[in-house]
Design a protein around this ligand. Structure first.
Ligand SMILES: Cc1cc2nc3c(=O)[nH]c(=O)nc-3n(C[C@H](O)[C@H](O)[C@H](O)COP(=O)(O)O)c2cc1C
Length: 224
């Protein structure tokens, strides 16, 4: 960038069980390698209607606790959040959004942010890209992040999704076992389990994604 000011890039994310946080860190590291001025903003979920049940880890009764927010998620409700100053405003040239999937949808905390005036202040006229982090389902989550980001004035660039290993049934059993016991379970109901969280290559996936997005927004860096 030859002494010019570095482009400012913001990562806005929410994480309950640290997986989107790991993705946000990997995205930040990849942006850093490209020499950008990177800020990370973790949206805090503060809504007393759901936080006490959802934030327990391990969970006493994973299924009912996770299902406590099902109806609100399907109805696209918003809830109380705390927005860090980095995501209230600032002249960013690119914004990366990362949300877990909750009941097929964008998680309530990220939806609440994207529907807030702060998101409009940050995204209006700016390029943005989206990431879904989930056990298996990402399509609606990514579609909703795109729609809400565009409603806030952003210009959509690209998307990616991070999912776990294993098929429908085993990945669900493995994940519920993890939520119940607080650590990956080798076997559930006599079946050998895949790992419940991000695949081992998630950092490489984040680097490829960042390179694709950054090439589109800022152009390819000159060869060294
Ligand atoms: C309330 C809730 C609902 C979820 N619903 C889904 C879902 O519908 N589909 C899916 O693939 N994963 C679902 N998951 C799993 C998460 O998307 C997955 O574990 C993700 O990695 C969590 O990200 P985090 O660690 O950043 O919170 C759900 C998790 C929670 C807590």
């Amino acid at each position: 960038m030859n002494g010019q000011t570095k482009p400012k890039v913001l990562i806005v994310y929410y994480t309950l069980t640290k997986q989107s946080g790991r993705v946000a860190d990997a995205i930040a590291a990849a942006l850093d390698v490209r020499g950008y001025d990177v800020a990370k903003a973790l949206i805090e979920f503060t809504d007393e209607r759901w936080v006490p049940k959802l934030s327990q880890f391990p969970m006493d009764r994973p299924f009912p606790q996770i299902a406590s927010i099902l109806t609100a998620q399907l109805r696209h409700k918003t809830g109380e959040i705390r927005i860090p100053p980095e995501a209230e405003g600032g002249d960013y040239e690119l914004v990366l959004l990362a949300s877990p999937t909750w009941w097929f949808q964008t998680s309530m905390p990220i939806r609440s942010y994207l529907e807030s005036p702060a998101a409009k202040a940050v995204l209006d006229g700016k390029a943005f890209a989206t990431a879904s982090i989930s056990r298996r389902y990402y399509r609606f989550n990514l579609g909703q992040q795109k729609k809400l980001g565009e409603k806030a004035g952003g210009e959509f660039v690209d998307k990616t999704h991070f999912v776990v290993a294993g098929g429908q049934v085993k990945s669900m059993l493995s994940w519920l076992g993890y939520m119940k016991h607080g650590e990956p379970q080798e076997r559930v109901a006599g079946l050998k389990m895949p790992l419940p969280n991000l695949k081992p290559d998630y950092e490489a996936q984040a680097r490829t994604f960042v390179d694709d997005v950054a090439d589109k927004v800022f152009g390819r860096p000159a060869a060294a």
